[in-house]
Design a protein around this ligand. Structure first.
Ligand code: XBP
Ligand code: MG
Length: 258
């Protein structure tokens, strides 16, 4: 997929794990609060939640877990109903956590967002998370007008077939243009797979829950945008943030087959 790439013209952001470490101290805590509020006895430990993250989508994740819970409702319809009720409560709790300042943007994210805005490089969001969660997170960090900074924002409601399905990326490309002129930033194997299926070049910023997960096919893999150290292939300028110039270098190196 590297051979016909042209200049980098647009950037596509994943949300959970990439813009911010939302899962362990955000969504997981909110799921547990929802379980308590609705009166079900389930609680997800940090470790169990890590296993469950293989299932993308909060409703899907709960339905998957219910299959292992002896006290879950018996019928599929009741389970679905309960999962949707819990999910609504979970998202409300998540929004409260985020509004209270409980989840920071990852290092280097704000700087790259600002650099792209200043340089006129269009950005999109392609995420499996609900729109209300993206709105809560980005309102908290970028203000009420955050959506104006993105050419398009594709969430779970827009792309109900969730990653690793490429639908969210395909919808973003309808707005941004050619896949080979874009670059995505992801953290999870499902996200990388979605990019590869949509022919979108991708780099991986490792997140807490996917620190050792497979990343085959990514242009570059590293610890985060906060540092030029620890990347493979290596980034220029040790100690610096990862900025547009470095993203262009990785994108171009792949284009030339280097
Ligand atoms: C991450 C997900 C989501 C979140 C929870 O998506 O898989 O399910 O864990 O959000 P991404 P919801 O990495 O693509 O941002 O409960 O709204 O699904
Ligand atoms: Mg992610």
């Amino acid at each position: 997929m590297c051979s016909r790439r042209t200049d980098l013209k647009a950037l596509i952001w994943d949300v959970d794990g990439t813009l911010a470490e939302t899962e362990r101290d955000g969504h997981r805590v909110a799921f547990n609060a929802a379980f308590e509020a609705v009166g079900v006895p389930w609680r997800w430990t940090e470790q169990r939640y890590g296993e469950l993250l293989r299932v993308t989508g909060g409703v899907e994740r709960m339905l998957h877990d219910m299959a292992t819970q002896p006290d879950a409702p018996a019928s599929p319809q009741e389970r679905e109903q309960l999962a949707r009720r819990l999910h609504k409560t979970k998202n409300e709790r998540y929004a409260r956590i985020v509004a209270a300042g409980g989840i920071a943007l990852r290092g280097g994210v704000r700087e790259l967002l600002d650099e792209c805005t200043a340089a006129g490089v269009p950005m999109a969001i392609a995420t499996t998370t609900s729109r209300s969660n993206v709105d809560a997170l980005l309102t908290a960090h970028l203000g009420a007008q955050w959506e104006k900074r993105f050419a398009c924002v594709v969430c779970a409601e827009d792309a109900p077939s969730k990653k690793p399905d490429p639908l969210a990326y395909r919808i973003a490309l309808q707005r941004l243009g050619r896949a080979d002129q874009t670059l995505a930033i992801e953290d999870s194997p499902a996200g990388v797979q979605a990019c590869l299926s949509a022919q979108v070049p991708v780099i991986v910023t490792r997140s807490v829950y996917f620190a050792d997960a497979p990343t085959a096919g990514a242009l570059a893999v590293g610890p985060g945008l906060h540092s030029a150290e620890g990347w493979h292939p290596a980034a220029n300028g040790a100690g610096d943030l990862i900025g547009l110039a470095q993203l262009r270098r990785w994108h171009a190196a792949c284009r030339s087959g280097a």
